[in-house]
Design a protein around this ligand. Structure first.
Ligand code: ME8
Length: 526
């Protein structure tokens, strides 16, 4: 059942504000991973969306003097959906938590929990962080300083806390301590990387308390199905998006086909919700638990976590306007280690753009096509005998493709790109060593020139396919320039496991020089 669909999700983002590159990061990495799986021929489903309820969004709407519904409608249409276009994201679905399918599915899930006695009514007294939309344990409550003087703040992220006394429904999370520990033990890759796994295990080992899961002091949320004085606590509703988007409570057949998710991509701030609360909720409802939660690190700007509240949030289009979406996607995938914190800078982006994309890859593609144009009138010649120099290229390509493929399974896009760049470097080195321009002069009657240039063209064919998940626009241009479509079919139809087989571009194919793939960009401006 679940094997038939490879189901990938991003967090659904709060629409209290416009997106920044932190949101772009998770979404782009998810897109690269799903496009790679599609390129393997798998049936993939990629979901992203927006988290629209809760106090944080409500207050933002109030501050702006509009109703919460008006606020979220405006932000989703003007900011969040356009982000997907800006970053060239090929998602299959976009869920908004204000949609009816989500409301219906969430109510069905809550009713299931209630019917299975996983929920009871109680009262809550304690500190709440609206910034994190989370109740904060007493141990993590400290006195605020500076502008927070006189308030309590959260030790975890410094957000200001409010004391609340409410009648709430509770989820029996404490029943799941041992079940979760057993589950982590039996499924060592459920929560990754290891740092996130260790944190989850240590958190659960310290003991779990029942969780307050409804709110009764405001009504911007989904009503609890059996008690409309309460709305669902935003997290306990938001997590359900992964299930409601694929039919939980509204289309059971579809749900059974797609569920469980293969991988939930999340930032490490929200790993605990996904690795502890979400599996416990699914266990309580008698549903399978996702295969994996992968928690990535922070993008740091000037050494600090970038966030909306610190006002150091960079908008994705500020970067895309200069570098284009391909280079944006490439940079975040290559320069950061998914799973660790990492710094980005304009200078680094500029340097990698020119060294790796423009000079390393773009130049290679245009040089090879230009030489085939010059020496063979743009028609791919028949290759002569393979010498050890060609065999070295062929072997390296096969091993690099295999390594990149394995890196995607390890959720390490940076390693996949490092492997792919071994091909770029090898081909550039091969051309320098073989010096086709010299062969053309010194040995015009041999078939060496044809062998060298067809070998290079074959290398480019492989690059177009393995780079398609990362830089889809440039890869299409390259595929077009290789004249590959009529003989081999569309770029998206090429399969990773067959591409390293040599000699697929047919003799006689027309090769044209690609329009500049990564044109030079003037010096960095802050
Ligand atoms: O937490 N570096 O939404 P959110 C890397 N609605 N990634 C970052 C980042 C940074 N500096 N800042 C944000 C929520 N992110 C909930 C999720 S899911 C059922 C509900 C990314 O708008 C990262 O993926 O605060 C993080 O987990 C997410 O944005 C938080 O987005």
């Amino acid at each position: 059942m679940s094997d038939s669909t490879f189901y990938v999700t991003t967090p659904i983002y709060y629409v209290n504000d416009a997106p920044h590159i932190g949101h772009g990061y998770t979404t782009v990495m998810g897109d690269i991973i799903t496009r790679w799986h599609r390129q393997r021929g798998e049936n993939v489903w990629y979901l992203t969306g927006t988290d629209e309820h809760g106090q944080k969004v409500l207050r933002k709407a109030e501050d702006n003097g509009v109703s919460p519904q008006e606020w979220v409608d405006k932000l989703v249409e003007e900011e969040w959906k356009p982000l997907l276009k800006t970053l060239d994201i090929a998602n299959d679905d976009f869920i908004r938590t204000t949609e009816k399918r989500h409301e219906d599915g969430s109510k069905a899930f809550w009713q299931d929990l209630f019917d299975r006695d996983a929920v009871y009514k109680g009262s809550f007294e304690g500190y709440y962080s609206v910034g994190a939309e989370e109740f904060i344990a007493e141990d993590d409550v400290v006195d605020g300083e500076d502008e927070d003087e006189g308030f309590k703040v959260s030790k975890i992220d410094g957000t200001r806390l409010e004391f609340q006394t409410e009648e709430n429904y509770f989820f029996r999370l404490s029943d799941y301590q041992q079940k979760l520990l057993d589950f982590y033990e039996a499924n060592p890759t459920f929560i990754q990387p290891e740092s996130a796994r260790n944190e989850a295990i240590s958190f659960v080992s310290r003991g779990l308390r029942d969780l307050s899961i409804s709110r009764s002091t405001f009504d911007w949320g989904i009503d609890v199905p059996w008690d409309d004085k309460h709305v669902m606590y935003v997290w306990i509703e938001a997590l359900l998006n992964y299930a409601t988007a694929v039919g939980y409570g509204t289309d059971e057949k579809r749900f059974d086909e797609v569920w469980p998710a293969n991988i939930h991509l999340v930032g490490k701030d929200i790993a605990r919700f996904h690795a502890v609360i979400w599996p416990a909720m699914l266990m309580a409802a008698g549903k399978p638990v996702p295969h994996q939660v992968f928690a990535h690190g922070w993008i740091l700007v000037g050494g600090q976590k970038m966030s909306k509240s610190k006002a150091n949030g960079i908008r994705p289009d500020e970067i895309v306007d200069t570098f284009g979406s391909d280079a944006y996607r490439y940079y975040f995938a290559r320069a950061l280690t998914f799973g660790s914190d990492g710094s980005i800078s304009w200078e680094d982006m500029h340097a990698r753009y020119h060294a790796e994309l423009a000079n390393g890859f773009g130049n290679l593609a245009s040089r090879v096509a230009a030489m085939i144009g010059k020496y063979f009138d743009g028609v791919l010649p028949a290759a002569g005998a393979t010498t050890p120099a060609e065999q070295k290229v062929i072997d390296l390509v096969a091993s690099a493709v295999a390594d990149a493929d394995a890196a995607i399974d390890a959720v390490a896009p940076q390693d996949a790109l490092t492997a792919v760049w071994r091909i770029v470097d090898e081909l550039n080195g091969y051309i320098t060593e073989q010096a086709p321009w010299k062969v053309a002069k010194d040995d015009p009657d041999s078939d060496r020139l044809a062998t060298i240039l067809t070998t290079a063209a074959e290398g480019l064919r492989v690059l177009a396919v393995v780079l398609n998940p990362v830089i889809p626009k440039a890869s299409e241009v390259l595929w077009g320039s290789l004249g590959a479509e009529s003989a081999l079919g569309g770029l998206g139809d090429q399969r990773i496991d067959g591409i390293a087989a040599w000699g697929q571009l047919p003799t006689g194919t027309t090769i044209t020089k690609p329009s500049s793939l990564f044109p030079r960009i003037e010096a960095a401006s802050e």
